[in-house]
Design a protein around this ligand. Structure first.
Ligand SMILES: C[S@@+](CC[C@H](N)C(=O)[O-])C[C@H]1O[C@@H](n2cnc3c(N)ncnc32)[C@H](O)[C@@H]1O
Length: 502
């Protein structure tokens, strides 16, 4: 009886995870259609203009066509990224899920999935993705190994718990979705193929781009094993899900584009300098270990690795993991991709050219960046993965950047950090306290403990930390550097050391 219940429970959990992963993939696939819908809206408004006003704005119809080209470019990248994604679950399974089931009561029993049968393809379920520590000397060495580290915790991918990482991106919220453009997008080599596929009908849909990608995928038909990308598998997702895709596009700029350098210098550079100061000697044979919870698209974790640390990023959003895995593991050359990150808003643009500008990425070739052996990205909820006896005192440093306020219960985060940092080890933090669940008013009444910086420091003290350095750092988060509206955070930046027990 107990066995039966546990089997049901794990099947249910797997079903929910497949469903929510399908929803995330659908959000990515719906990106083009949702953007196209916006363009249609602009065209409709334009048509309503009186002739005299139309004459003054006669360039707009051309701009809308160019805008479509930008959307195709973004979509082309998205489709290529999805084609490289190996889902950790068997996406061909069809489940009938009773939505009334209470997911929270299911527990986290082990899920028998494609993942368990074949660890080679597991890159998203609490198992670190290790990328090779050698400098790439050719295509072979830049290919990444996936290795099991014995941890397996589900990613937070079910509908209820999917994290709202757009929360810091207030400008996007306030501007709402709107677009316009001028200027010809710059097209990178692989994306130039896209233009050849475009027909007379300029409307952008994932289907058109998908067909194009399949016909330009160097002869290897990757789509064969990707039935889950077929339009018939797609779910109709709410626009908030597509907004998350737009947020990911902005996060790409933050982490991987030359344009994000200023923001990286504001957020990541102080952390990297502090790490260098605290660990002046970093021995290759036994590098200090560093964990980066809430690693987003992985740039900070990679920079820490390049500094000579055995670095592990932890992330629980499939939106993020699909994208970081693609950039970290599949980049062939720097500047391989071009996107138009700012086309989703017509607001606060100094010019249409600004709004339309292309951004190439990544600014570096990750495999050639000089990472230290053991660099990994670990998928899973920080609380579930690291609140584990095996993790106790196992990290020399924990680095949290724009992460602490993602907690339902920030005290729990601090408690876990204090457990996993070894005695004498350090915790470096940089970020605001924009509690992510602060205004969640739902039937589920999610827990949200919102405390001041002062209280937070006292709690850290309670858990054995001593404040060694404290500053305020002014920074943006995924801001458009050419927008007339940019939110600035005055982020708390500190180093705390874990007092050795006397
Ligand atoms: C605001 S983003 C910051 C990302 C990155 N540190 C940066 O500075 O760009 C917070 C990240 O934490 C992740 N996250 C939130 N709660 C998490 C949890 N409990 N476990 C692991 N990752 C989590 C989110 O998915 C998101 O990618």
């Amino acid at each position: 009886m107990e066995e039966e219940r546990s089997y049901f429970s794990s099947r249910m959990e797997e079903a929910l995870e497949i469903k929510s992963l399908r929803r995330i993939i659908s959000a990515y696939l719906n990106y083009a259609e949702a953007a196209e819908e916006d363009v249609r809206r602009y065209e409709k408004s334009f048509r309503k203009l009186p002739p005299a006003h139309k004459a003054l704005l006669s360039h707009l119809p051309l701009k809308y066509q160019r805008l479509r080209r930008c959307i195709s470019m973004n979509s082309f990248f998205i489709i290529n990224m999805l084609q490289a994604f190996e889902p950790p679950l068997d996406m061909s399974q069809n489940f009938d899920i009773d939505e009334s089931e209470n997911v929270e009561n299911l527990g986290s029993s082990h899920i028998q999935s494609k993942t368990d049968q074949n660890p080679e393809i597991n890159n998203c379920r609490g198992q670190p993705i290790l990328i090779s520590g050698n400098d790439a000397s050719g295509p072979e060495s830049s290919r990444f190994r996936l290795e099991s580290a014995g941890m397996c915790k589900p990613l937070r991918s079910n509908d209820k718990e999917e994290f709202d990482f757009c929360r810091y991106q207030q400008e996007m919220r306030e501007e709402k979705s709107s677009m316009s453009n001028l200027g010809e997008p710059v097209i990178s080599d692989n994306q130039s193929e896209l233009c050849k596929c475009e027909g007379d009908d300029d409307k952008v849909t994932a289907d058109t781009v998908l067909r194009c990608c399949n016909s330009t995928s160097n002869g290897s038909d990757r789509s064969a094993s990707h039935d889950w990308m077929d339009p018939t598998f797609q779910l109709n997702v709410p626009l908030v899900d597509v907004d998350k895709v737009r947020c990911i596009i902005r996060n790409i700029v933050r982490d991987w584009a030359p344009e994000g350098q200023k923001e990286r210098d504001q957020c990541y550079k102080p952390i990297l300098e502090e790490l260098s100061r605290l660990f002046p000697v970093r021995c290759k044979e036994r590098p200090p270990s560093c964990l980066v919870p809430g690693a987003g698209l992985g740039r900070l974790a990679l920079e820490i690795s390049c500094l000579g640390f055995e670095s592990q990023g932890n992330e629980f959003s499939y939106y993020m993991m699909i994208c970081s895995s693609f950039i970290l593991n599949h980049t062939q050359v720097a500047g391989e991709w071009t996107i138009h990150p700012w086309v989703h808003s017509n607001c606060n643009s100094l010019s249409d050219d600004d709004q339309l500008r292309p951004v190439s990425f990544p600014d570096i070739h990750p495999a050639s960046a000089g990472i230290t052996e053991g660099f990994s990205m670990c998928g899973g909820d920080f609380v579930e993965v690291y609140n584990d006896v095996n993790q106790e005192a196992s990290w020399d440093v924990v680095v949290t950047c724009f992460f602490l306020d993602t907690a339902h219960n920030i005290v729990e985060y601090i408690e876990i950090i204090s457990k996993i940092v070894r005695d004498g080890g350090v915790w470096i933090n940089l970020g605001p306290l924009l509690y992510h669940f602060a205004d969640t008013y739902g039937p589920d009444d999610d827990m949200s403990v919102e405390i001041s910086l002062e209280d937070l420091k006292n709690i850290a003290l309670h858990y054995g930390f001593e404040l060694e350095m404290e500053k305020i750092v002014e920074t943006t988060y995924t801001a458009n550097p050419r927008s007339m509206m940019r939110n600035h955070y005055f982020a708390a930046f500190w180093t705390m050391r874990k007092k050795p027990k006397s």
